[in-house]
Design a binder for this molecule. Structure first.
Ligand SMILES: [Zn+2]
Ligand SMILES: [Zn+2]
Ligand SMILES: [Zn+2]
Length: 286
């Protein structure tokens, strides 16, 4: 209805009062939030949104075309703030959905130290992710409820899943561990504190983790795996040895039986001959 009205131009729209404008903008953008009592934009802003001169994302409100609030990949937006759901480019400030970035391989081990980075599709430059996640958690974790905390930890998990660098790997493990704990009933302030102190550790001595951690952690991991493998081999060898021992015992028993059978057969033959002899003697005497 509204969209087909050719007479709703800049000249006529200024005559509408605010209530009417809010309705017109809500219908045109499909965003009901414009009608919400807590959302109150100026008449001028509403007019600009209606005329596509201002971004319809209430949280953004930038002038178009300088606007960059929509996902660079899927061109959608939402009103989520204080979250790892969106990644902002450090260079051009364009935004991308974390999941869109993951699905389009825009996140990977690309930093100078092999750390996880986000590659912005708008400017093709990279932004570091560990520090960004740390900042988001530092500022927003106290505001999140249980559900939000689980969701944010899962975002971080997905972001750092492919990390080959030790710091990112550790973060990935930590998030997985905390999600499990939250699911089994650990209180969210405990989990929240745990992740913040995890980040704090890197603040105190980041080099410690880069140098010793960078070299040692994979080695430790290898050693741990090697131990497990060795233990399994030992168990398998023990089972194998036991089997060999039992087979040997059974074979010996079988051989003993065979021998006994032969002996008995020889005895039977001897007895038969004896009997034959006795029989002959009897016949001769008769
Ligand atoms: Zn915008
Ligand atoms: Zn997107
Ligand atoms: Zn960019």
């Amino acid at each position: 209805m509204v969209l087909s009205h050719g007479d709703l131009t800049e000249k006529t729209i200024v005559l509408a009062h605010r209530g009417q404008l809010e309705i017109l903008v809500a219908i045109k953008t499909g965003i009901q939030a414009f009608l919400h009592p807590t959302v109150s934009l100026s008449q001028a802003s509403l007019i600009e949104i209606f005329l596509y001169k201002r971004c319809r994302n209430i949280a953004c409100g930038n002038q178009i075309p300088a606007d960059n609030c929509m996902c660079v990949i899927c061109s959608k937006f939402d009103f989520e703030v204080n979250t790892c759901r969106w990644i902002g480019c450090d260079v051009c400030s364009h935004w991308t959905h974390t999941d869109c970035a993951i699905h389009n391989a825009q996140i990977g081990n690309g930093g100078s130290l092999g750390e996880m980075v986000f590659r912005c599709r708008a400017c093709m430059r990279t932004s570091e992710l560990f520090g960004w996640v740390k900042d988001v958690f530092h500022h927003c974790a106290p505001l999140w409820d249980r559900e939000a905390l689980v969701r944010e930890l899962e975002y971080v998990s997905r972001i750092f899943q492919g990390s080959e660098e030790v710091r990112g790997r550790k973060l990935y493990w930590k998030c997985g561990e905390l999600v499990e704990k939250l699911k089994t009933g650990v209180a969210e302030p405990v989990a929240s504190k745990a992740i913040l102190s995890f980040f704090q550790e890197f603040d105190i001595d980041p080099r410690k983790h880069e140098e010793s951690g960078g070299v040692m952690a994979p080695q430790e991991e290898f050693n741990r795996i090697a131990d497990v493998v060795q233990e399994s081999i030992k168990k398998m060898e023990m089972v194998e040895e036991e089997k060999v021992r039992m087979t040997k015992k059974a074979r010996l028993a079988l051989e003993a039986c065979d021998q006994e059978l032969k002996d008995k057969a020889r005895e039977v033959a001897a007895l038969k001959m004896e009997r034959q002899k006795k029989k002959q003697q009897v016949e001769e005497l008769e």
